[in-house]
Write a protein that binds this ligand. Sequence first.
Ligand SMILES: NC(=O)c1ccc[n+]([C@@H]2O[C@H](COP(=O)([O-])OP(=O)(O)OC[C@H]3O[C@@H](n4cnc5c(N)ncnc54)[C@H](OP(=O)(O)O)[C@@H]3O)[C@@H](O)[C@H]2O)c1
Length: 306
Amino acid sequence: MPHDWLILLYKTMVYPWFNDFSLFKDIVFYIGLAFISFHLYVFLKTVIAPSFFSEGNVLQKYGPGSWGVVTGASAGIGKEFCFQLAQRGFNVVLIAKNPEKTRGVEEEINQRYPSVKTKVIISDFRNSAKEGFFEDIMRQLEGLDISILVNNVGIYAKGFHDTPAHDLKNVTIVNCLPQVMMSRYILPKLLERKQKSAIINMASIAATFPRTRAAIYSATKVFNDYLSRGLRDLYPNIDIISLRPKFITSQMTDFKKPGIDTSHPASLINNCFAALGKSPNTSGDIKHRFIEWRYLHLPSFITGFR
Ligand SMILES: NC(=O)c1ccc[n+]([C@@H]2O[C@H](COP(=O)([O-])OP(=O)(O)OC[C@H]3O[C@@H](n4cnc5c(N)ncnc54)[C@H](OP(=O)(O)O)[C@@H]3O)[C@@H](O)[C@H]2O)c1
């Protein structure tokens, strides 16, 4: 008989289990228990545990007198990063494209934190594919003891075939190239330092699923997240973190008020400093961590995505 071996297999491997139904039930029970325990562990680790992280003294850790460099520093999350760095005692380099807005932020920092040194670099990252662009920024950073790089600059675009081609080109360039090149040029300086150094990369929750209404934006955010995670493995002595928040109150979200899925930039940044050096990524406060967990671990018919 051609299928004798199949019958033999059934009789020896399958039939005894169904014959002894209690053994089958036990196996299903333990598989279910292992499955639920695993997901509970992931939930506690990624959603609950970060609430107990304490930031400690970041200035002592990364070096008193050192500088934080922030791209996209004239508004939103980047502007708040500048204030939060200054509040913690770091000197701050602000890089953005609008001279009045950027100098306005610098003035505010100087008034609020008179002991903090500041420096403004005006650069439009839409031009960052041009020859010598990053070398020019690096010349202006010469001689500074940089300890923290915040790769924040980013822009948004919706649609695809009906979106002006140059908008899609700008999103691709501004969201990806500065993160690669600023890290490439500043990392050798960070590696030379005796004290700890850090790179903070802005990704987004849009990195966790493809967004049909803003496919190019979410694609660039996956790029940011993967670059960050790859570099973290490559340079384990540098604290590299990817930030993946949902909505943050800023000009990008038309100043959407803090609420069930929206947080203030300061909340994201406090959670970022608490997670820095402990975790490869954070989406920010507990509500954003819960939303991210939902997207990553619940089936798409519940989350409504994919
Ligand atoms: N807001 C959110 O809900 C959210 C959520 C997840 C991730 N993110 C990410 O967080 C980052 C910051 O977002 P945000 O909400 O703070 O945005 P934002 O309020 O629009 O601020 C963006 C900053 O980048 C500057 N900038 C824009 N284009 C530039 C260019 N070509 N060259 C130099 N600087 C430029 C802006 O300057 P101007 O004001 O002069 O344009 C501004 O300082 C982005 O990477 C974004 O993808 C935001």
